[in-house]
Write a protein that binds this ligand. Structure first.
Ligand SMILES: Cc1ncc(COP(=O)(O)O)c(C=O)c1O
Length: 398
């Protein structure tokens, strides 16, 4: 990418895919558009009063320290909370010193790539993979090796993992075992064990992104791959989907040697995450019944997912298939052959329904016949109305 003649951009910028998201979000925000395109939690489920009370307590009791600079690793009571939740939810022993707070788990994608990737290093990623990871990693100029996701496995092909690891010795394997974005798939436990066994001792670090692990509709926690590959796994989490994305608070849990380098990179990037947000969250988490709140949110999202699936099953043209999420916020639809998802996006906007075309999630350019649908942000009536519009758009094109 060149500049205007008065300045120039780094050559690295030319390698980063143009984000389609800006256009997507601006059309989705047009009045009357029902959007299944984004990935927002439902703002009606935010505990505004509870967070306001926690903020008031922080200001009243520790206002001066909350407004001061702090250390890079993050607010210790919050790191202790995260560590103890790993113990209570998953029976895993996390040391608060292995946890660092970040400005949303998206920041981990950038910083992990910064400390691990040289240009030309190989990165394994699910196919389809999380667009935010593809964008963040691209700045560090890796070679992406997409791992086919197989519906019958509900996760990545272990054969492909084995071959790619042996052939390329990737620096990183980035995956989302819980309610993957964009597919909505959850890897079964046997697959998790197998992935751990395949990677063990290979020199490839596993990046296990757990943005959605708390949001299973049945409320049951799933064992992370880290359980079987502790010293070789980075795991990240976030309060965005369960409490508030606006607080920009997530974390990384990684072996100490990784944390030390991560800390250096974070210090250089932004000194530390927003301390006020961290203190408010820590206070809030002490006072609220978190499990109960999360159960309610997951249940509501589960009902919405079901509404969406039923409309696809009943009203979409034959030849359409969809994933069946156990949690999270997204499902993926494969359209009858010949239907182009970019065209669905364009026609959908005319009919005031927005979807996310699948193509940007495929680092090798596939996915033309797929769309990702978000079921968390619209209520059931809006979902019904929006899916009716979408079904008409697809039928008209068929
Ligand atoms: C899989 C995945 N990882 C990470 C993120 C980043 O979330 P945040 O930075 O809000 O924690 C998202 C956001 O949607 C996501 O879907």
């Amino acid at each position: 990418m060149s500049g205007s003649g008065l300045y120039r951009f780094s050559s690295r910028m030319a390698r980063v895919p143009d984000s389609f998201l800006g256009e997507l979000f601006s059309v989705s925000a047009q009045p009357g558009v029902i959007s299944f395109a984004g990935g927002l939690p439902d703002a009606d489920l935010f505990d505004v009063a509870g967070i306001r009370d926690a903020a008031e307590e922080v200001f009243n009791q520790e206002g001066k320290s909350a407004l001061q600079y702090t250390t890079t690793d993050g607010y210790l009571p919050l790191r202790r909370y995260i560590a103890s939740r790993y113990r209570s939810r998953l029976g895993l022993n996390a040391d608060p010193d292995e946890i660092q707070i970040v400005n949303g788990s998206q920041q981990c994608l950038d910083l992990v790539a910064k400390i691990l990737l040289n240009p030309g290093d190989h990165v394994l990623i699910e196919r389809p993979g999380y667009l935010g990871a593809i964008e963040a990693f691209s700045f560090y100029e890796p070679v992406f090796n997409p791992i086919p996701t197989l519906e019958d496995l509900a996760g990545p092909s272990t054969e492909a993992i084995q071959d790619l690891v042996a052939q390329y010795h990737p620096a990183l394997w980035y995956g989302i075992p819980n309610s993957q974005n964009p597919s909505g798939m959850t890897w079964p436990v046997e697959l998790r064990r197998e992935v751990a066994e395949l990677l063990d001792g290979t020199g490839t670090l596993l990046y296990e992104d757990d943005a959605f692990g708390e949001l299973f509709f049945d409320g049951r926690a799933r064992d992370p791959v880290k359980r079987w590959l502790s010293d070789q796994t980075i795991m990240t989490g976030s309060f965005s989907k369960t409490i508030s994305p606006g607080l920009r608070c997530g974390w990384i849990w990684a072996p100490r040697s990784v944390i030390i380098e991560f800390n250096r990179a974070k210090q250089a990037a932004d000194l530390h995450s927003n301390l006020l947000s961290q203190m408010i969250l820590a206070r809030y988490l002490e006072t609220v019944d978190v499990d109960q709140r999360i159960r309610e949110i997951a249940q509501i999202y589960g009902e919405r997912c079901q509404v969406m699936e039923e409309i696809i099953d009943d009203d979409f043209p034959s030849g359409t298939s969809h994933t069946c999420p156990e949690g999270g916020m997204f499902l993926m639809v494969t359209l009858p052959s010949g239907v182009d998802s970019m065209e669905i996006f364009r026609q959908g906007i005319k009919q005031k329904v927005a979807v996310m075309p699948g193509t940007p999630f495929y680092v090798d350019g596939g996915g033309i016949d797929t769309i990702r649908l978000n079921f968390s942000s619209a209520n059931p009536d809006q979902i019904t109305e929006g899916m009716d519009r979408l079904s008409m758009v697809i039928r008209d094109m068929g």
